[in-house]
Design a protein around this ligand. Structure first.
Ligand code: TTP
Ligand code: MG
Length: 203
């Protein structure tokens, strides 16, 4: 170990909606602020639910953030003094995010990101599997299933009171749809293909 060595790494906080991913991200940011680290927080512009230049959790905790539409813009806001790069809702960025997180970590930067591991269909969310594979540390949070109270690992999308259709768009932040945390058995997707249906004998 060298003196003054600057170690970089990637940590990912993932899970379904309502798991407290943003809350956990903000907790880590707060600790690093107390330690006087040089931190830059980013979020994709696509999510404008709360505020334009802040990351806000359900508990109303918040921190200043920079809106970006493309991952490459990160380089406009960091310099040699940056210790930590933080990105909330990373699943909405372009897939260059994986290479850029790798590069930042290789340059001694601590990269802390949070994002959905699965989309409303219960399938991997865009480049998240690659990012999870590259990360040194992964925290997979669960929520609570609104139907049965068991740990929820999935996000149920509901449109007009019914489970969303498999063919619906992955990215949807509008007024008609709503989301719930659900466990594997309570999670429903209208017309999701079931390739191995009835393949287990006597079940
Ligand atoms: P999140 O920050 O993951 O949701 P959250 O704030 O409830 O979770 P947490 O407390 O863990 O931070 O935001 C997810 C966003 O993604 C939300 O705006 C809805 C959207 N979304 C899609 O566009 N497509 C999908 O398939 C799913 C599951 C969510
Ligand atoms: Mg969140």
């Amino acid at each position: 170990m060298y003196l003054n060595q600057k170690d970089g790494w990637i940590e990912v906080i993932c899970g379904p909606m309502f798991a407290g991913k943003t809350e956990e991200l903000l907790r880590r940011v707060k600790r690093l602020e107390y330690a006087k680290k040089n931190i830059v927080v980013f979020k994709p512009l696509i999510d404008d639910r709360y505020s334009d230049n802040e990351v806000v959790s359900h508990n109303n905790n918040r921190t200043k953030s920079v809106n970006i539409t493309e991952t490459i813009q990160i380089f406009d806001y960091i310099d040699s003094k940056t210790d930590v790069v933080v990105i909330d809702e990373i699943q909405f960025l372009d897939e260059e995010a994986v290479l850029i997180c790798e590069y930042l970590a290789s340059q001694g930067i601590r990269v802390i990101v949070s994002g959905l591991d699965k989309d409303f269909r219960g399938e991997p969310f865009s480049f998240m599997p690659d990012l999870l594979a590259m990360a040194e540390y992964v925290t997979k949070l669960t929520a609570i299933c609104v139907l049965c109270g068991k740990p929820a690992t999935r996000t149920q999308r509901i449109v007009n009171g019914k489970p969303a259709r498999y063919i619906d768009p992955i990215v949807l932040i509008g007024a008609e749809e709503s989301y719930e945390a659900r466990c594997r058995s309570c999670h429903k997707v209208y017309r999701k293909p079931k390739p191995y249906k009835n393949r287990i004998k006597n079940k």
